[in-house]
Design a protein around this ligand. Sequence first.
Ligand code: DX5
Ligand code: ZN
Length: 216
Amino acid sequence: MKMVSPSLLSADFGNLQHDIEMLNNSQCDWLHVDVMDGIFVPNISFGQPIVRHIKKHARKPLDVHLMIMDPGRYIADFKEAGADILTVHYEACTHLDRTLNAIRDAGMKCGVVLNPHTPVALLEDTVQLCDVVLLMSVNPGFGGQKFIENTYSKVQTLRALCDRKNPHCLIEVDGGVNTGNAGRLYKAGADVLVAGNAVFKSENPQQTIIDLKTSE
Ligand code: DX5
Ligand code: ZN
């Protein structure tokens, strides 16, 4: 599958509705929503009230990426705010199995995110619970960072693990994705590419989304 999930972190927060309408009328598949707590990552972005406003205008599923410690505490809040897919960091969860099941039980799709330093092999006992696994291709916290090349081989390793344990699991990649590396990521086995700067700093964001989706 070749899907694109533009990251609203790079959108115009003074006019979010405008940018969401643009995405509603684009070929994108999901809207990527980055929640940061200033502890798990060095940056603070926004929380449930903003997600609720995004939901009011969005006509595509909200792919909510929680970069917060102990995300299990906020599952009901993000469900209520309108998350459709909720992903939590491996590094931020003491009881990952419990957290993934709780997300599923709350009626959302669930997923695990791995930081660049976290090996795919650590998902051996949780990948079967996941609808999606998100591989960070930058150290999380900021948009506009440089893509880490080691990600290609991690995608391949994860593809092999999913083929063995959960063929329906989607592989998502987040950070420094652009039209120069998208094709190689899809070829390695990625299904969903997150793109912040590549979309929102483009002169024609809707065309860039098409270019990302058709990259070979
Ligand atoms: C980074 C966030 C990303 C970010 C991607 O911590 O998780 O979703 O917005 O932005 P780009 O595509 O600009 O690297
Ligand atoms: Zn993200």
